[in-house]
Design a protein around this ligand. Structure first.
Ligand code: ADP
Ligand code: MG
Length: 354
């Protein structure tokens, strides 16, 4: 059963459509990300679920409760939803204990129970023994944990996260991805996570909902979004891609096609978008790690090499086509030299423009 259902959600600011007819569901216990560039409507969607923003039109249900439907908005405090913000919002002049206990105190929980539960939750987020510290005495990562502890202590039905790791430095941000996800798994709470960071979304999510300009572009597992992008935007936003203009010159059934690139280079490729029959001008997506050296392959010239340690990013010129290849560093390649390449048909994906 889905724990959260958002249907035909629209949010307008004047004439501007911040959220343009968004529908999705989240199954119980799942970790789902709303991913997209800044301004695409992620936060607005999340705030509508929390009740911090009023939907212009649309329906939202949490469990079996309709919290948003025409003429009705359940107040935020009665939705059973807690949100973790990018800014932590940890009260600096309150102890960690009092920060975390706050939600229980407002519910008139007996103080003995508060003490037990705060201790339990602090252990859960790795802040055992930090109860007496003040907000000002905590690092960014510790403040983030307090914010999470505060959100989970009231046992909400739904946990919402709005870019909670964006203020942390790179190393801590990567560690916290695993910690947050492990915590979500232990708690088993249905979670919706907003981020503009595609690596973060890929590492953490059961499912990603990719947004652009207020709309959902594609949703699916991290692998399906990377391997089967729905359009140009999806291919370019998730990972790196060679996106080449091409023409379909032959179709072989089973979604397999021959395409011709500028300069006459031909490749075998396939369609990964269900129901789409390409013809004429199309876009071809080739991930850089799928361009492989092959002695009897397509002749190309190395025009740039960027050594990154485990891989090197190599720019190649194959006739009129410029390609990026990510090659294992054990192949020693030098700018200006010849390198023959092959691209397996399974790695040549025909993609609709929009
Ligand atoms: P995201 O979280 O994906 O970066 P937001 O949901 O915050 O994007 O915003 C989506 C769009 O709506 C942006 O263009 C933003 O400027 C606009 N917007 C958000 N809140 C308001 C508001 N209160 N009034 C007018 N425009 C807003
Ligand atoms: Mg935002």
């Amino acid at each position: 059963m889905s724990d959260l259902s958002v249907r035909d959600l629209v949010v307008k600011y004047g004439d501007f459509l911040a959220v343009d007819n968004v529908s999705f569901t989240v199954e119980a216990g799942a970790f789902v990300s709303l991913l997209g560039p800044s301004g695409c409507g992620k936060t607005t969607t999340l705030r509508c679920i929390a009740g911090l923003e009023t939907a212009t039109t649309g329906h939202i249900s949490i469990g079996t409760d309709r919290v948003v439907c025409p003429g009705h908005e359940t107040p935020p405090e009665r939705r059973g939803v807690n949100m973790v913000f990018q800014s932590y919002a940890v009260w600096p002049h309150m102890s960690v204990f009092d920060n975390v206990a706050y939600g229980l105190r407002t519910r008139n929980t007996p103080s003995a129970e508060i003490a037990t539960r705060v201790t339990e939750v602090l252990r859960l987020v790795g802040l055992d023994g930090y109860g007496a510290r003040y907000g000002t005495e905590l690092s960014g990562g510790q403040q983030q944990r307090v914010a999470v502890a505060r959100a989970v202590i009231t046992e909400p039905r739904l946990l919402l996260f709005d870019e909670p790791l964006s203020n942390l430095d790179a190393g801590l941000r990567e560690r916290m991805r695993f910690e947050l996800l492990a915590l979500q798994r232990r708690l088993g709470r249905t979670s919706v996570y907003v981020t503009h960071d595609q690596a973060e979304a890929m590492v953490m999510s059961d499912r990603i909902i990719l947004m652009h300009q207020g709309r959902i572009v594609q949703e699916g597992s991290p692998r399906s979004l990377y391997e089967r992008p729905a359009n140009r935007f999806a291919a370019a936003f998730i990972g790196n891609a060679n996106l080449l203009e091409a023409t379909v010159t032959a179709s072989h059934g089973d979604g397999r096609h021959t395409v011709t690139l500028p300069g006459g280079l031909t490749l075998e490729g396939h369609v990964a978008t269900p129901g789409w029959v390409p013809s004429g001008a199309v876009l071809v997506c080739i991930r850089p790690e799928n361009v492989e050296p092959a002695p009897d392959g397509i002749p190309a010239t190395v025009t740039r090499v960027s050594y990154l340690g485990p891989v090197q990013t190599v720019e190649l010129q194959a006739g009129a086509v410029t390609l990026r290849a990510d090659l294992p560093s054990r192949h020693v390649v030098a700018t200006g030299t010849a390198l023959n390449i092959r691209i397996d048909a399974s790695a040549v994906v025909l993609v609709p423009e929009t």
